[in-house]
Design a protein around this ligand. Sequence first.
Ligand code: NAP
Length: 253
Amino acid sequence: MNELFSVQGKIVLVSGGSRGIGRAIAEAFHLEGARVVVSARNELSLKGTGLDYQVCDVADSGQIAACVDAVARKYGRINALFNVAGINFRFAAEIFPESRLDEILAVNVRGNYLMASRCGKVMVKQGRGKIVNIASLHTHESLPGVSVYGTSKGAIGSMTRALAVEWAAHNVQVNAIAPGFIRTDLNAALWERPEMRAWVEQRTPARRLGAPHDLVGTAIFLASAASDFLTGQVIYVDGGFTAGSPWPLEIPR
Ligand code: NAP
């Protein structure tokens, strides 16, 4: 591969790398010659990846510290963090259970922040690094029922800019990928419903749901030297959803 886009030999930690989007990113980096460590809560699913792994619940700051320090100790550096761990629960805003609100914020905001902070400490010291957070369509716009998830993903946008500004002079770039609707365990039940699939196919300019591998090219770009002057940005990989929507008008061509 062109040197500019190479991730060969890079040490890449994928938090939330056992399934879905994180796993697709982890496998792609492995194929491109990176040395990948995946982390999540469930050891069995981590083992199933066949990659090096660390059990780590990002809701527990002690586990984050142990995980990041173990990777840094074993490999001597961390070149890139993919901050993918995330959860969602849907309720109307007027009755959103406080316990679910706490859970979402503990993982999606606090957990992702602490993971970035701990990896950032290693990266600032080594004078280089890439952090890629996973934002969402909800960073930019809203849908009913996901007010807390939306709040958490708005925070990911702010966190991405804040850390980018703080660490730019240390040659640590912080960006986010905002995926569109990607079929994974997180939302499988939703996309089994024909009316939901029809809505997303009608509303998305690309006329389809995304798959985890749709995010891989952007992920590699954001971990490679090709993006060394790109920081603090949220890149929407959403089939055009946030750009606009198709309409039924016949266009002469
Ligand atoms: P997924 O298939 O449910 O995978 C979630 C991953 O996060 C798993 O590896 C899970 O492993 C891990 N995880 C969950 N809670 C964790 C915790 N407390 N500590 C550590 N790891 C934890 O979900 P996905 O669809 O791939 O989503 C990944 C990310 O993309 C999330 O941040 C999500 O918000 C975002 N996203 C998804 C979509 C979409 O359409 N799918 C769209 C926009 C953004 P364990 O359960 O074993 O811990």
